[in-house]
Write a protein that binds this ligand. Structure first.
Ligand code: OSB
Ligand code: MG
Length: 370
């Protein structure tokens, strides 16, 4: 049974975050999220475009993803006969970059395929895990005291791994203070490309804090310098921004630029490419984990499905809805057990209900494409 998408509804939502989130490239107070609803045979599947509010994590942002979806992605998808969602990525691969815009549509069609077959999305993509391991990502805080308090709260809640954001001026000393207070937690730092090779000696001081990994210390498009840096660090490097395709993963592994890879559905353009990144890492003994982009429940549900693939052996940045939102757009909201796990839902598609009334109340613009 093939898939022929006959309508796509694109919605732009504004969702205020409960607390601002600060990274080395800036602060986010509210999320501008594009949702894709793709229809076939009267059934719809949902996807989320994970671009940020400005072109700072990567080149995409909500304002660029909107016309890319409407003018370039959707017209290639509508009315085309796909034998499987597996083939959707290739249909828009001629578009340079803009993986998050492409991925929003691609993931919607995977969800649609799962729903058309009446099966859970995790099974459609080839996953098996029934429970996933969860960590949290904690933004840059106003003080070290405040950071220590936040970490205590998340450790008490049961999260299995703590990631803190770092940047020049908020790094070695902060990490040391966290380590002194929490000698036994699984701890890591994420720099979001805030350093250069000139900082190698400084970053070397992080080794004393025996982090699980340092995520993306150097430039967003720089694999070779990460290989140089990794040779001088004991702390494993995990790449995030650099890995936009399976080819990048293959190059990073060959150059020994990373010992761990973060996979984000949007950054690589959807499930098809995410699975290829996963497989290359698995074949080379490189563990992966699922990254987050402050997603609504829909993107979060996709992340849960992806995390059921076998090589997702490290806790990801997939945490409870209530850490981000007063109210989520899915029901039930994503909940985390006191062991720091999420039970993977068994319903069709991504397995949660979409709260369409609440979702519509957050819409700032909407377009129906046929
Ligand atoms: O680098 O992983 C990142 C959020 C926005 C942009 C980039 C990143 C992040 C996070 C948050 O770390 C993860 C989450 O809680 O969704
Ligand atoms: Mg990151």
């Amino acid at each position: 049974m093939g898939i022929r998408v006959d309508q796509i509804i694109v919605r732009h939502l504004r969702m205020p975050l409960l607390h601002f989130f600060e990274t080395s490239f800036g602060r986010t107070y509210e999320r501008d999220i594009i949702l894709i609803e793709a229809f076939a045979d009267g059934i719809s599947g949902w996807g989320e475009v994970t671009a940020g509010e400005g072109p700072f994590y990567n080149e995409e942002w909500t304002g660029s993803a909107w016309p890319i979806v409407i003018e370039f992605v959707a017209p290639r998808i509508l009315k085309h006969e796909f034998s499987s969602a597996e083939d959707v990525g290739a249909r828009t691969a001629h578009i340079r970059g803009n993986n998050m815009a492409r991925g929003g549509v691609e993931t919607a069609i995977w969800d649609l395929q799962a729903r058309l077959h009446g099966e859970p999305l995790w099974r459609t993509i080839g996953g098996h895990r029934r429970e996933i391991a969860c960590g949290v990502s904690i933004g840059i805080q106003e003080s070290v005291e405040q950071l220590l308090d936040k970490i205590q709260t998340e450790v008490d809640a049961g999260y299995q791994r703590i990631k803190i954001k770092i940047k020049p001026g908020w790094d070695v000393d902060v990490v040391r203070a966290v380590r002194e207070r929490f000698p036994n937690i699984r701890l890591m730092g994420d720099a979001n490309s805030a350093y250069t090779l000139r900082d190698a000696d400084h970053l070397k001081k992080l080794d004393e804090s025996y982090l699980m990994m340092i995520e993306q210390p150097l430039a967003h498009d720089e694999i070779i310098d990460h290989a140089t840096l990794q040779r001088s660090l004991e702390t494993p490097i995990c790449l995030d921004e650099c890995i936009r395709s399976a080819h990048h993963a293959e190059q990073a592994i060959r150059l020994k630029a990373a010992r761990i890879v973060n996979i984000k559905l949007g950054r690589v353009g959807g499930f098809g490419e995410a699975k290829r990144v996963h497989d290359i890492c698995e074949a080379n003994g490189i563990p992966v984990w699922c990254g987050g982009m402050l997603e609504s429940g829909i993107g979060r549900a996709h992340n849960i499905a992806m995390s059921t693939l076998p090589n997702f052996v490290l806790p990801g940045d997939v945490s409870a809805s209530k850490r981000y939102w007063k109210r989520d757009i899915i029901s039930p909201s994503v909940e985390v057990s006191d062991r720091g796990t999420i039970a993977v839902p068994d319903g069709p598609g991504f397995g949660y209900d979409v709260d369409t009334d609440y979702l519509e109340s957050l819409v700032v613009r909407k377009e129906v494409l046929k």
